[in-house]
Design a protein around this ligand. Structure first.
Ligand code: HEM
Length: 393
C-alpha cells in the first residue's frame, strides 16, 4: 500500500488479496485517521468503532436515501428497498419486517429450529466428515427462511447463489460486480414467477406481501422487492456466521472446550464470532453536510462514505486485543448487526438459528478439525466460505 497524503490511500479494498484477508489493511487505515480518502475508489472510508457507530446513529447526516451500494446501477435498481431509504418512508416499510420478526412472532418457530438443528447435527456426527458450509451452515437458513416466507419446496437451493449475487452487485464498478448482475436478474425473475403462480403458503411472509399488493397497498414490484430483501438479507449472513464459527472453533480447540464445559456461553460465543468475522463487512452512506470527524479531518457534504462493520469490530481503541477470539468476552456492543434505524431487522431470527446449531454441536461434538484447505467465497460485501471440509469427533 502506498500512501499519497496522511489521509489518503490508494489501497484496493476489493482486490482478491484484500477480500481474502482485509484485516491488515483495516488496521493501517484505522491508524491513519478517523476517515481516509480511498483514491482508487473515490470513496471516504471510516473504520474506527466510535466513528462507525456515530455515523450509523445519525441518518440525517449519513443518509441511506441515495442507496448503500457503490455503483449507480445498483442504487437506482433498488431505490425502493428498505435498506436504501431514510425515515419516514423507511420506518413505515420496516414495520412489515419487524412485525414478522419480533420475538413474539418468532416464538412458534423457535422449537422447530432447535429440533431441525439437532437432527441435522445427529446426522453429520454419524458421518464424521462433511462440508461445514454446504452440509451444515446452509441448511437452517435456507429451510427456516423459506418456511417463514411460505415458499414452495422446489427451487429453494437455486436461490442461494442468486442471493449471494445481490451483495456482490452492490460493489464498486469492477468485473466482480458486473459478473453478479445476471444472478440478481435471475433472482428477480424467479421471485416474479413464484408471485404470479400464487403458490406461496397462506399466512407466510410472501403471502402477506401478495395480499398487501392485492389490497392496493403496494405495487407488484414492491411485493417482489420486499421478498428479495428478505431472502438476500437472511441467507449469506447467517450462513457466514455458522461457517465462520466452525472455522474459528477448528482453529481454537481451547475455546471449543470452554464452550462445551459451559453451554450458557453460547450467546456470548455467537457475539464473538460475528465480531471477529463480521458477515457483512462494509456498506455505504452519503453525507448531507460537511462532517468534522476531529484530528483535522472533514468529510465534505455529498461524499460517499464506506463504513466497515468488520474493521470497527476489530478496533483496538474499543475492544482490547481485538484479533483474539475469546468466547467469554461477550461483546454485546459489536456492530455486526449495524446500529441505529437500519440495525438488522432479523437479528432475533439469526440468533435463534446460530444458537440452535451451537447448542446441538456442544452436546454432541468433542473436537472440530479441518480436513483440508478451506476456500473463501470472495464477495464485495460479505465474508464467508465456499467450502470448509471438517471432521468432528
Ligand atoms: C448473522 C446474521 C446477520 C447479520 C450479521 C446481519 C447484518 C445486518 C446489517 C449489518 C444490517 C444493517 C445494514 C445497514 O446498516 O444499512 C442488516 C440489515 C437488515 N437485516 Fe440483517 N443480518 C443478519 C441476518 C438477518 C436475517 C436472518 C434477516 C431476516 C429476514 C435479516 C434482515 C435484515 C433486514 C430486513 C435489514 C434491513 C433493515 C433496514 O434497512 O431497516 N438479517 N443486517
Amino acid at each position: 500500500m502506498t500512501i499519497a497524503t496522511p489521509l489518503s490511500s490508494d489501497v484496493d479494498l476489493f482486490s482478491d488479496e484484500t477480500l481474502a484477508d482485509p484485516y491488515p489493511q483495516y488496521k493501517a487505515l484505522r491508524d491513519l485517521g478517523p476517515a481516509v480518502h480511498l483514491s482508487r475508489h473515490g470513496l471516504w472510508f471510516i473504520s474506527r468503532y466510535d466513528q462507525v457507530r456515530s455515523a450509523l446513529g445519525d441518518w440525517e447526516t449519513f443518509s441511506s436515501g441515495q442507496g448503500i451500494g457503490l455503483n449507480p446501477g445498483f442504487n437506482e435498481a433498488w431505490a425502493s428497498a428498505l435498506i436504501n431509504m431514510d425515515p419516514p418512508a423507511q420506518t413505515e416499510q420496516r414495520k412489515l419486517f419487524t412485525d414478522r420478526l419480533s420475538p413474539r412472532a418468532l416464538r412458534p418457530v423457535a422449537e422447530s429450529i432447535d429440533q431441525r438443528a439437532e437432527e441435522l447435527v445427529d446426522d453429520l456426527v454419524a458421518r464424521r466428515t462433511f462440508d461445514a458450509v454446504t452440509d451444515l451452515a446452509q441448511d437452517l437458513p435456507v429451510h427456516v427462511i423459506m418456511d417463514l416466507i411460505g415458499w414452495p419446496q422446489e427451487g429453494r437451493d437455486q436461490l442461494l447463489d442468486m442471493a449471494a449475487g445481490w451483495f456482490d452487485s452492490s460493489g464498486p464498478v469492477c468485473p466482480r460486480t458486473a459478473a453478479a448482475v445476471p444472478k440478481v436478474e435471475a433472482l428477480m425473475g424467479f421471485l416474479a414467477e413464484v408471485v404470479t403462480k400464487e403458490n406461496l403458503v397462506p399466512g407466510g411472509f410472501g403471502w402477506t406481501m401478495i395480499e398487501a399488493h392485492k389490497a392496493g397497498r403496494i405495487p407488484v414490484e414492491g411485493a417482489i422487492g420486499l421478498l428479495a430483501g428478505y431472502v438476500v438479507a437472511a441467507f449469506d449472513t447467517t450462513i457466514s456466521a455458522i461457517s465462520s464459527g466452525m472455522w474459528l472453533f477448528a482453529r481454537h480447540p481451547e475455546q471449543w472446550d470452554l464452550l462445551r464445559a459451559d453451554p450458557s456461553l453460547v450467546p456470548s460465543a455467537f457475539n464473538e464470532i460475528v465480531r471477529v468475522e463480521s458477515p457483512i463487512q462494509v456498506f455505504s452512506r452519503v453525507t448531507t453536510r460537511d462532517v468534522d470527524l476531529g484530528e483535522g479531518v472533514v468529510i465534505p457534504s455529498g461524499a460517499r462514505v464506506l463504513h466497515s462493520y468488520g474493521a470497527a469490530n476489530r478496533d483496538e481503541r474499543h475492544f482490547p486485543d481485538p484479533d483474539r477470539f475469546d468466547v467469554t468476552r461477550n461483546p454485546v456492543d459489536h456492530l455486526a448487526f449495524g446500529y441505529g434505524n437500519h440495525g438488522c431487522a432479523g437479528q432475533g431470527l439469526a440468533r435463534l438459528e446460530v444458537h440452535a446449531v451451537l447448542k446441538a454441536l456442544t452436546a454432541r461434538v468433542q473436537r472440530i478439525e479441518l480436513t483440508g484447505e478451506p476456500v473463501r467465497a470472495l464477495n464485495n460485501i460479505t465474508r464467508g466460505f465456499r467450502t470448509l471440509p471438517v471432521r468432528v469427533s
